[in-house]
Design a protein around this ligand. Structure first.
Ligand SMILES: [Zn+2]
Length: 212
């Protein structure tokens, strides 16, 4: 079994997703890069029962399973993101309540708060809807992400990316907090958005101390 410590860290992080309330049951999935391959949570297994041996190892170039059983049904977008983004090594996917509520209206999160820039852009886009597990969904997700580290997924949930498990998890918690705040702001009326220039300043300030 390769990468035993990282495998346990992945399981611990998956359980933290549920403890923190950003995921429910076995809906989410999580992967990290191991050179030319990635290790991903298996299909339909509860995180509490998951052991290091249950994780699945998949080739990034071919998408073929190298070790373990059935990977998460969402392995395609994990593979496509890891193949196209050398700046990150972890892909996290979950169905947090507030992010998913916005995604069910196919809304993006605009610059209503400066922390939106934590995802690496002036807004957090919402990827178009396609059936879970499909190549079309993966294509929409890549489009919505661009060079950012997060996107919503229409009528589905959230994806965050990170250099490591902790940074992807932290970003998911941050974006779920922003989604909850944004929904409350909408209840009061139209939010006052920050300007492009104001968000440029935030992005520059974040790049100065490493927002990851
Ligand atoms: Zn999902």
């Amino acid at each position: 079994m390769s990468f035993p410590n990282q495998r346990q860290q992945l399981i611990d992080t998956a359980r933290r997703m549920n403890d923190l309330g950003i995921n429910q049951g076995c809906a989410g999935n999580l992967s990290f890069r191991t050179g030319e391959r990635f290790i991903i949570t298996p299909s339909g297994m509860h995180y509490d029962e998951m052991q290091a041996d249950d994780l699945v190892e998949v080739s990034i170039s071919t998408g073929k399973v190298i070790g373990g059983g059935r990977p998460s049904t969402e392995w395609r977008f994990h593979r496509d993101i890891l193949a196209s983004r050398n700046d990150i090594d972890v892909v996290l996917h979950a169905h947090p309540v507030f992010c998913t509520a916005l995604a069910c209206q196919q809304r993006e999160i605009p610059a209503f708060h400066y922390m939106v820039a934590a995802a690496g852009g002036k807004r957090i886009r919402c990827a178009g809807y396609a059936l879970f597990g499909t190549q079309q969904l993966s294509t929409y997700v890549l489009e919505a992400l661009g060079s950012r580290r997060a996107c919503l997924m229409a009528n589905h949930g959230l994806i965050t990316l990170g250099k490591n498990l902790q940074s992807a998890l932290n970003l998911a918690v941050e974006i779920e907090t922003l989604a909850a705040q944004y929904i409350r702001v909408l209840q009061m009326g139209e939010p006052v958005l920050l300007s492009d220039a104001q968000m440029d300043d935030v992005l520059e300030a974040f790049s100065g101390y490493g927002s990851d």
